[in-house]
Design a protein around this ligand. Structure first.
Ligand code: ADP
Ligand code: 5GP
Length: 214
């Protein structure tokens, strides 16, 4: 029994709560999950590679991708455009893979409202406190003070969407949060509606009943 339908896993949180860290942990040893690489107009951070964390685009190139219908969703976040290319998600799901999307609440809403909504499992990550959130943004050491201030100012707005998600995790202890995230994926993969092959399986069980009672 293998032919399950793939999941679209949406991970959102205020910046710095730990989405990328948790995604990385799951992606590094779960071959059934593929990361949806977004396009963005924000400049690369140190260590980020084009095509791995993001496809880095000019605003002009990004807008022409949108105009060509190539984006499943897109939104302006912290003054830059971010969007999910349409093709890879559909292809991966077709082959029974799960696809993980690191998107903000606007992206989450758009994917939940798309034709792919039945496959969506959405998870919101909360920080244990606002002080810890700020500390994490600072200790990540990747953003200027001004960028951090902008992200902190937006975090209240992002958090206000927490109740739109199927699951909410408080990322206090990283190991605990990782375990919980894996447990969610494990259970969601077992849901009846993701296993179309069960219909034929139960038909075979029924046929076996009939054979036995002949
Ligand atoms: P996001 O992708 O949500 O913006 P990151 O995954 O980049 O956030 O995490 C921000 C910073 O917080 C990183 O330096 C990361 O190592 C750290 N971090 C993530 N989870 C925890 C945790 N549970 N406890 C302490 N620090 C954490
Ligand atoms: P960062 O600049 O820290 O990588 O990401 C900033 C914010 O943009 C995060 O909330 C992240 O989830 C969001 N984001 C990243 N990619 C996408 C995307 O493709 N679509 C949307 N809507 N948001 C995205």
């Amino acid at each position: 029994m293998t032919s399950r339908r793939g999941l679209l896993i949406i991970l959102s949180s205020p910046s710095g709560a730990g989405k990328s860290t948790l995604s990385r942990l799951v992606l590094q040893d779960d071959p059934d999950v593929q990361f949806s690489v977004s396009a963005t107009t924000r400049p690369p951070r140190q260590g980020e590679k084009d095509g791995r964390e993001y496809y880095f685009k000019t605003r002009e190139d990004f807008e022409s991708l949108v105009a060509d219908g190539g984006m499943l969703e897109y939104a302006e976040v912290f003054g830059n455009l971010y969007g999910t290319p349409r093709a890879p998600g559909g292809a991966a799901m077709g082959s029974g893979k799960d696809v993980l999307f690191d998107v903000d609440w606007q992206g989450g809403q758009q994917i939940r409202n798309s034709s792919l909504k039945d496959a969506v499992v959405s998870i919101f990550i909360l920080p244990p406190s606002i002080a810890a959130l700020e500390e994490r943004l600072k200790s990540r050491g990747q953003d200027s003070e001004e960028t951090i201030a902008k992200r902190m100012a937006q975090s209240r707005d992002e958090i206000s969407h927490w109740a739109e998600y199927d699951y909410v995790l408080v990322n206090d202890d990283l190991e605990r949060a990782e375990k919980d995230l894996r447990a969610i994926l494990h259970a969601e993969r077992l849901r009846r509606e993701r296993h179309p092959e069960l219909v034929a399986f139960v038909q075979r069980l029924n046929a076996e009943f009939e054979e036995l009672h002949k």
